[in-house]
Design a protein around this ligand. Structure first.
Ligand SMILES: NC(=O)c1ccc[n+]([C@@H]2O[C@H](COP(=O)([O-])OP(=O)(O)OC[C@H]3O[C@@H](n4cnc5c(N)ncnc54)[C@H](OP(=O)(O)O)[C@@H]3O)[C@@H](O)[C@H]2O)c1
Length: 242
């Protein structure tokens, strides 16, 4: 496999969309830093990537624990001096209820991982992304993060009760827009991606597509050319409504 000098970190890469994103980026010769909050689960995933001949190593990273984020930054800084691609993929979906039945604790927990976690990881790695010639950040969002879709009673997902999850992904999309604005005069591009409903543990494998199809759009935006967009929201069908 051709090797290039590109370094990619994927959070929550020990399974699901994160692992498949790591695999597809790795097959392009990109060096993979496989983010996992569990060493054991990370090692198991690493074995799968190694089996495919991918150059990968584990980075222990719990997006809710600032000490693990700081340690991950130190490791990347000392070993590679830069980061080219950051995929903010780690996410949870822990409740399915209408707003009036949603517990504060569930909302806080979901926001901690899906929103504050991304905020913390992005800010921590920004100095290393600035050292890249073409920094790329992909925030893995969802159709459930589109206010336009959420307010359309005829949308296919209109019956969703993932209140906390939706709020967290709407907030994540705001981060994409605001970081893009801050970074507009740099080499860094940041976009939100809706991979579409996919069978993973997040939805007890009830999603429609397979990860191998869904992550193509994540990989595309992670490797955007210089004239690619920033501050947008996209799916495999093109522009997503905010
Ligand atoms: N599946 C879908 O239909 C779908 C659709 C749209 C968007 N998405 C988004 O795609 C992303 C990946 O989800 P998935 O479907 O692949 O789900 P998944 O198979 O459940 O994978 C989620 C990953 O996130 C990790 N994670 C959870 N909390 C974490 C934390 N605090 N720190 C670090 N890692 C953490 C998990 O690690 P553990 O194994 O340790 O729990 C796991 O590796 C999520 O952001 C999700 O919202 C999924």
């Amino acid at each position: 496999m051709p090797k290039n000098n590109t370094i990619a970190l994927i959070t929550g890469a020990n399974k699901g969309l994160g692992l498949e994103t790591a695999r597809q980026l790795g097959l392009k010769g990109i060096k993979i830093l496989l983010g996992s909050r569990s060493k054991k689960r990370g090692i198991q995933a690493l074995e799968l990537l190694k089996h495919d001949g991918i150059d990968a190593e584990i980075i222990i990273l719990d997006v809710n624990k600032q000490n693990t984020i700081n340690a991950a930054v130190s490791k990347v800084k000392h070993k590679f001096k830069k980061l080219d691609i950051l995929i903010n993929n780690a996410g949870i979906s822990i409740q399915r209820e209408i707003p009036s039945k949603t517990r504060m604790s569930e909302l806080r927990k979901t926001m901690d991982t899906n929103f504050f976690g991304v905020f913390a990881v992005t800010n921590a790695f920004l100095p290393l992304l600035r050292k890249s010639k073409a920094g790329r950040i992909v925030n893995v969002s969802s159709g459930l993060g589109s206010l336009f879709k959420l307010s359309d009673p005829n949308w296919v997902g209109a019956k969703s009760r993932s209140t906390a999850y939706s709020i967290s992904k709407v907030a994540l999309n705001a981060l994409t827009v605001l970081f893009a604005k801050e970074l507009k005069d740099t080499q860094i591009k940041i976009n939100s991606i809706n991979p579409g409903s996919t069978a993973t543990s997040l939805n007890q494998f009830r999603g429609i597509k397979k990860p191998v199809e869904s992550v193509k759009i994540i990989v595309y935006y992670a490797t955007l050319p210089k004239d690619g967009p920033t501050g947008g929201f996209f799916s495999e069908l093109g522009k997503e409504p905010w």
